[in-house]
Design a protein around this ligand. Sequence first.
Ligand code: NAD
Length: 448
Amino acid sequence: MHPIVQQQKKWFSEGHTKEYSFRKEQLQKMRKMLDTFEKPIINALKFDLNKSEYEAYASEIAFLKSEIDHHLKNLKHWMTPEKVKAPFTHTGTKNFIHKEPYGTVLVIGPWNYPFQLALAPVIGAIAAGNTVIIKPSELTPTVAWVTKKMIEHYFPPYIISVVEGGKEVTQKLLEEPLDYVFFTGSVKVGKIIMEKASQQLIPVTLELGGKSPAIVQKDASIELSAKRIVWGKYTNAGQTCIAPDYLFVHHEVKAPLIHAMKKYIKEFYGERPLDNPDYVKIINKEHFDRLSSYLETGTVVSGGSMNSEFEKMEPTILDQVTWADPIMQDEIFGPILPILTFDHLDEVIEQINRRPKPLALYYFGSDETEQEKITNSISFGGGCINDTLYHILNPNLPFGGVGESGIGQYHGKASFDTFTHKKSIMKQTTKFDQNFRYPGSTLGLALI
Ligand code: NAD
């Protein structure tokens, strides 16, 4: 066994993590750790991804702080055994659900929000009484290094530990006798993780990706739709799992929507986004080249310029796109927004339903019947009506995919539940016995 897995399993089996006071103390330490290491984290995010201080704080650090606060506020209540009712055949019994941690959890992180996505599952796992091994992405090595230093400063390795490395390291860890695996990343790797975990029947949560549509109906507020789509799409240069991947717009409002989106791109990123020091870079050359090749089909109606030296690409809008184009085959994960048009909402529903279930979906339109129609007739992880991304910031909304976009959910109580086994207990009375269940009872037969 890997020495860290061994240490964590020993610590867990000794029962230290079961108490509320222990879990609360770990969450408080984590909160303090975020304050102390705020500057190094911001610097590391700037170095690896060119994230601005504002974006680093808002989308990574602040999110984690509020998630910890939410857990601290509710943990005692969540941990309390839940009493449940029983049928009359169980008269005299007490029935409850005991909340039990799984044990040692492996959290595998991606590179796009490398700090937030490596740490957010850890909050739930620790709150639920587990020990945690974090495997951050190797594509953001500075963030991985700071994460390791920070965790080592605040936690002994038998409670939380960071193991750096690439896929070989992850695959080796998956051979360990882990009790839970929480993976955030691509669909392709998600399948590998699940297959590996299945060898030992280790339960998994898979937070994956996919093509998330933004649909704009002709009765939508064009200005607000444009502003919120531009924000959701180009934050982190489009490298957001729940970013609107493509736009489905009613043909009557396409022109004014493009016009308004161009205006907001200029307002948010300036006349020359490539020169904006706060505009996020593409993670590496491989992804930069992949994104550049998407511009070989369709018509660029906004942006399109690139800087290959700094691996930056302007916020780009691509018109005249069809489902057959390369950009519509896979998740884009970059600052290009292709546009498809529609006449009737039914076409939109039919075309989305023919493809893998999206992680997110955004509908812009004012008719409530149509809003409900979209919600009821397309299966997707979660999303917004008349907004983008914002649903992820409500801790009371479980976050996760469905079908190819993922298995399981987290954030807020959903995180605590994810890392908790619900052990059902029935406590029988010894004051009397009911004979109807025993062989020979005619009442028993009647009940069956
Ligand atoms: P990725 O799947 O390439 O890598 C994720 C992690 O898996 C990394 O830590 C990496 O080291 C490890 N890994 C890679 N190949 C592996 C292999 N063969 N065996 C074992 N481990 C392996 O994903 P990424 O490129 O880091 O992130 C981008 C993807 O993640 C996008 O598809 C995006 O949609 C998705 N994502 C999803 C969410 C979500 O919450 N649902 C959030 C962020 C990103």
